[in-house]
Design a protein around this ligand. Structure first.
Ligand code: BES
Ligand code: ZN
Length: 873
């Protein structure tokens, strides 16, 4: 039994006070920081109620109300809170002086030190480690912040909003001060402060209305040269949000700080974003194409939060998807507009299937809007984010773009400056979309199930062909598989479909249509042009129109047809994925389906011929085998080592079968890869795929080319070469790895990719090799990036991590216990590595279980305990 207390959505009550303004004073010393807060507090009611403030590891120095020091009996203090029993019943000023120690804070939450600079992370509940405060997102205040520090140690002092004034202290020339003012009321989780030796790169953005915004990117000295991509991305995001959502930036300054020690990717603090340095510092020499695109989208994501998250925030953390799901949807749309919509969709679906679907099948499965949690940090999940984004996408599809944007406009107008709920969002979306007309085209109550129910719905489809009338009858049935109590739940499932006449090539005979499945069973009649003799080929869930699993009676012939002809990027790719999953699945049961494999390989050959030059990126995507988690999900009893080996064998087979074509491809492509991102990315991607298959097929020349390409001026090519050599575990792999290390040993961001590579590649050194990485002179225990590189990499080293003696699991558990002592947030996220234990074959299951028990018996943080207990359940 757990002694941990859970927070329930149903327990939400309004805070009895408003805090319209807060003045914060930071006096940064050598050993600690003195924080003085002065809050204007307004009771909402005339009756006095307790004033409860949260606090974590704060030393109280003094406390006063309206200038009068409180007596000891007028307040009480515990490890977690400060309570004033009978505060005044009308507006008052509460002043608290306290002291915190950021210098020994390794949790990377609250105020902490990273490479000599002080920085903050407050979302979700880190503000309470800075000063006593209610620390809940529905309290919005105007902040004024004064920072005082040593001029030499902390020449740059930053906080949210606009700079008011700054200068040296009159009585102490070695110290300086600055005052920042943020005119927009915000919740405390958006507060930020940075102090340190930083250099900045500036730029200007002109809004559509002609305002100029100062952009500043702050980095450690020497890193200025890597900021261009971030600046360009930010300007694109600013423009996109104005053009598409009519949303303009509101402050005069937009600052981004790159920080080495950071738990997440990036944080949207108002006017002062803080980024993990790996998501800022990049150019095509140091980052791959995928990383550049990721950075562009994360910069956009945090920028888009300025409206969806900051100007309109969450009432409580149960509403997290209100800002994260919506903002992920916005950043996905942004990338899709800037690059290829079809390819972006495939990437997003592939991610969703491999991570969110896997989460939904695991013990940590939860709804987009959970009903309770113990530690909110554990709920920044792919369900809240990516599934949340899918729900918005479905709404856009159901309403149509024009109405969707009308709805969004009304939502923003209505809730600007306040804290909202997901229901507020949906209601105003519908209201804005339909204004006077009342009829919403779908059942809203049923749609809301998407928010409230955990699990991935499954749709079963069967067809019958009425040749006399040229009508295809399709029947649908929906079920939620995961949650047994939800058996008869009806969801609103939008299904985009088309169909093709087998003889007429890739022009659909029924255009993209929308069918809304909102009952357990429904059927559809598709009229095809008269005279169609044969049943047409049905193309379903085009563009992946809803986040579901489906099973249909489509035949292998149908899939092969769609793989070669479907004009929807997603559906074409998905048909290939289906065929590959089938091939690997049958192989896993030791009975390869020869005819299916032959036909698939011949379809691949055809695709190479038809797509090679026109669409190299798409071709590369078609040739990529399904992700590991997707393969795992095909089986009731997962044998990870077997899956790994069989999928390698299948790739070796493909490599051998299309050897000649691949060689020609690789040769032609190698001379075309020199362009700067985004140009040339398709060629580079396809070259990478060709190299992977060729090295697996034993091509020695390609192996040599790969080793030589480690020093290529494009990081994409260099990393592509590394990956291609990875499964081989031979002298070339070793050589390439050493070359890469020597080239990049002084660049921590790039070196993390080497750590990940070393930890994840098959290697004779076994676990000793991983231990060596952890005690490597360049390994930094305090940097989550390093930890994720090595331990995350290790978890993908299938034969080592899943070794049958259970040593890999035990090693992981021991290391996570160690990480947990330093950084509970990072540890509790990584513990989910063990969440699939029940799905494994007996040997692995037992081993993993033992390791989870080990974690459970250790003295672990409450963050990690919550996840461990969930997994054990
Ligand atoms: N608000 C989050 C940052 C965050 C995450 C704070 C978890 C506290 C706990 C930010 O907007 C975010 O979502 N960042 C993502 C990247 C984004 C592009 C999905 C991240 O950090 O991974
Ligand atoms: Zn976010």
């Amino acid at each position: 039994m757990s002694a941990q207390k859970s927070i329930k959505l149903s327990d939400y009550t309004e805070y009895p006070y408003l805090i319209p303004s807060i003045y914060l004073d930071f006096d940064i010393g050598d050993e600690y920081v003195v924080v003085q807060s002065s809050m204007i507090i307004k009771p909402k009611q005339k009756v006095s109620s307790k004033l409860i403030l949260q606090g974590n590891q704060i030393k109280l120095l003094s406390i006063s109300i309206n200038g009068k020091e409180l007596k000891l009996e007028e307040y009480s203090i515990s490890d977690e809170s400060l309570i004033i029993d009978t505060p005044p019943v009308s507006e008052f000023q509460l002043k608290i002086r306290s002291q915190i120690d950021p210098f020994s804070n390794t949790s990377l939450e609250g105020l902490y030190l990273s490479s000599g600079m002080l920085t903050t992370q407050c979302e979700a509940e880190g503000f309470r480690s800075i000063c006593y405060h209610p620390d809940r997102p529905d309290i919005l205040s105007r902040y004024t912040v004064r920072i005082e520090a040593d001029r030499e140690l902390y020449p740059v002092l930053l906080s949210n909003g606009n700079e008011k004034n700054s200068g040296n202290l009159k009585n102490n020339q070695r110290r300086h001060e600055i005052i920042w003012e943020d005119p927009f009321p915000k919740p405390c989780y958006l507060f930020a402060l940075v102090a340190g030796k930083l250099n900045s790169v500036s730029d200007i953005y002109f809004t559509n209305t002609g305002r100029s915004i100062d952009i500043k990117i702050y980095v450690e000295p020497g890193d200025e040269k890597y900021t261009k991509h971030a600046v360009i991305s930010l300007k694109k995001a600013m423009k996109w949000d104005e053009d598409n959502y009519g949303l303009e930036y509101d402050l005069d300054e937009y600052k981004i700080v790159a920080v080495r020690h950071f738990n997440m990717g990036a944080m949207e603090n108002k006017g002062l974003n803080i980024f993990n340095s790996k998501l800022v510092l990049a150019d095509s020499k140091t980052a791959t194409d995928d990383e550049l695109e990721r950075i562009e989208s994360v910069i956009a994501h945090e920028y888009f939060h300025n409206w969806t998250g900051n100007r309109i925030t969450c009432r409580d953390w149960f509403q997290l998807s209100l800002k994260e799901g919506l903002t992920v949807f916005r950043d996905q749309s942004f990338t899709s507009d800037l690059h290829s919509a079809g390819l972006k969709r495939i990437e997003d679906v592939s991610f969703l299937r491999n991570f969110q679907f896997a989460e939904d099948k695991s013990p940590t499965s939860h709804a987009v809007k959970p009903k309770e949690y113990i530690d909110i940090d554990n709920f920044y999940t792919t369900t809240i984010y990516e599934k949340g984004a899918e729900l918005i996408r479905m709404l856009q599809l159901l309403l149509g773009k024009e109405k969707f944007f009308k709805g969004i406009n009304l939502y923003i107008k209505t809730f600007d400056g306040s804290a909202a709920t997901t229901e507020d969002f949906i209601n105003s979306l519908i209201k804005g979309a339909y204004l006077e007309e009342i009829n919403c085209p779908f059942d809203l109550t049923k749609f809301l199930n998407w928010y409230y129910k955990a699990g991935t719905p499954k749709v079963y489809i069967s067809q019958s062909w009425d040749s006399k009338n040229s009508i295809l009858n399709v029947s649908f049935e929906q079920k939620i598989d995961c949650d047994t109590t939800n058996k008869n739940i009806e969801m609103v499932i939008p299904i985009l479909y088309s169909c093709y006449s087998r003889k007429k090539g890739s022009i659909p005979i029924a255009e993209d249509n929308l069918f809304v499945l909102d009952k357990n069973k429904m059927s559809l009649q598709i009229k095809t042009p008269p005279g169609e003799k044969e049943a047409p080929v049905l193309s379903l869930f085009r563009g992946f129109s809803s986040p579901v699993l489906w099973e249909s009676d489509l035949t292998i012939d149908d899939y092969l047809y769609l793989f070669l002809n479907d004009n929807d990027y997603f559906s074409r790719w998905d048909s290939g994925q289906y065929l590959m999953r089938e091939i690997i699945r049958t192989r896993l049961f030791n009975k390869a389906n020869q005819s299916l494999e032959d036909r698939f390989i011949s379809a691949i050959k055809q695709s190479i011929n038809s797509l090679e030059i026109n669409d190299p990126f798409f071709l590369a995507t078609l040739l990529t085998i399904p992700g590991f988690a997707e393969l795992e999900s095909l089986l009731n009893k997962v044998d990870p080592i077997n899956i790994y080996r069989e999928s390698l064998k299948f790739q070796i087979l493909i490599g051998n079968e299309i050897l000649q074509q691949l060689r020609i491809l690789a040769k032609n492509l190698f001379v075309k890869v020199g362009h700067e991102w985004p140009m040339g990315k398709g060629e580079r991607k396809l070259l990478g795929i060709a190299w992977s298959y060729l090295t697996l097929a034993g091509d020695k020349n390609v192996q040599k080319t790969c080793v030589e390409s480690i020093s290529h001026y494009s990081m994409t090519i260099s990393r592509t070469a590394l990956s291609a050599l990875k499964p081989l575990d031979n002298v070339n792999t070793e050589k390439a790895s050493n070359l890469f290390y020597n080239l990049w040993k002084d660049n921590p961001v790039v070196l993390d990719s080497w750590f990940a590579y070393e930890a994840s590649r098959p290697n004779k050194q076994g676990i000793d090799g991983i231990e060596k990485l952890l005690s490597h002179s360049k390994f930094d225990w305090k940097a989550p990036n390093s930890i994720r590189a090595v331990l995350g990499g290790f978890s993908k080293n299938i034969e080592l991590f899943h070794s049958l003696d259970g040593e890999g699991y035990l090693f992981m558990a021991e290391k996570l216990i160690q990480v947990d002592k330093i950084n509970p947030i990072t540890a509790s996220r990584m513990v989910k590595i063990f969440s699939k234990w029940k799905t494994y074959v007996e040997k692995n299951k037992e081993g993993m279980y033992k390791s989870i028990l080990k974690l459970n018996q250790a003295n672990i943080s409450s963050n990690t305990r919550e996840v461990v207990e969930l997994i054990l359940k």
